[in-house]
Write a protein that binds this ligand. Structure first.
Ligand SMILES: *[C@@H]1O[C@H](CO)[C@@H](O)[C@H](O)[C@H]1NC(C)=O
Length: 284
């Protein structure tokens, strides 16, 4: 019981410290089923669309959608660092291959949580974590799952690129319940300098080595979408939902962990072992 109380405290403190810094991580509040998500999105219905998206839930808090994550390979998903509490991997459950959460059955439990060593809850630098799965995923016609494509070619994630962000998160700023259906909305990649300038006005630092920004008037990711995919062109994972000030406010783009800058880290963490390479303690 005591460890569980500590767990609640740790999670609460992580959220408070990011708010103190005015960066609002887009982790799910205690989401309730019933309402749609993503700001100004549409439900994902195509059979082949969104097949790399999973819902991450923490059994200890009940069956609540907490964060999104992305299938990397049959034993690995990528989520946000701020979604990955340290310890208690046995409490984390993943639901993959089903867009309607109420119809999803448990896909796998988690055996190991590997949060980036350079993750900071204050700056939200290196906001990435890998979860290792207990049950290997199968990628065939029956499972509705497949891995994302990693951005080996950084041009795919270039300024102005039209991309889609996916999630079961809230559909309005301050909203409080999870979308029953996976939602998506279109956003465009914003240049590092433009994004830095937008947040500099609020005294907040955007680190271009770790972060990539995307925006579109009236459209955005929001709370509950954390860790989920920013997909460009054909299934390329350019970002994972990280933070913003509010959601879809015209002056503030959504900020994502920049997957292209973590490719070496993801590869080194391939398999069950994860060694942190020298120089990877801060942004990769
Ligand atoms: C998982 O992927 C690995 C590497 O691609 C492969 O060797 C293995 O057979 C796969 N496991 C299952 C259960 O599909």
């Amino acid at each position: 019981m005591l460890v569980k109380i500590c767990k609640a405290l740790i999670l609460t403190l992580a959220v408070i410290s990011s708010i103190a810094n005015a960066k609002e991580s887009r982790i799910g509040p205690r989401l309730q089923p019933g309402v749609p998500r993503i700001i100004d999105g549409v439900a994902v219905t195509g059979q082949w669309d969104g097949r790399w998206a999973c819902s991450m839930q923490d059994k200890w808090y009940g069956d609540y959608h907490m964060c999104g994550c992305n299938i990397i390979d049959n034993r690995t998903v990528l989520t946000a660092g701020h979604c990955a509490p340290q310890g208690w991997p046995e409490d984390i459950e993943l639901y993959c291959g089903e867009k309607i959460l109420s119809e999803a059955t448990l896909t796998s439990k988690v055996t190991n949580i590997i949060r980036h060593k350079g993750y900071s809850s204050e700056t939200l630098n290196n906001d990435v974590a890998l979860l290792k799965l207990q049950t290997a995923l199968k990628f065939d016609e029956n499972t509705n799952m497949k891995p994302v494509v990693l951005p080996e070619n950084p041009d795919v994630c270039g300024d102005g690129e039209l991309c889609y962000v996916y999630g079961w998160g809230v559909t309005s700023e301050g909203g409080f319940s999870a979308a029953p259906n996976l939602m998506k909305t279109d956003v465009k990649i914003v240049s590092d300098s433009e994004c830095q300038a937008s947040y500099a006005a609020a005294g907040i630092i955007v680190n271009p080595e770790c972060m990539i920004c995307a925006a579109n008037p009236g459209k955005d990711s929001c709370q509950g979408d954390s860790g989920g995919p920013l997909i460009c062109r054909t299934n390329v994972l350019c970002g994972t939902v990280s933070w913003g000030i509010g959601c879809a406010r015209p002056e503030y783009p959504g900020v994502y962990a920049e997957v292209a800058n973590f490719l070496d880290w993801i590869k080194i963490c391939d398999g069950d072992k994860c060694m942190v390479p020298t120089g990877c303690e801060t942004c990769c």
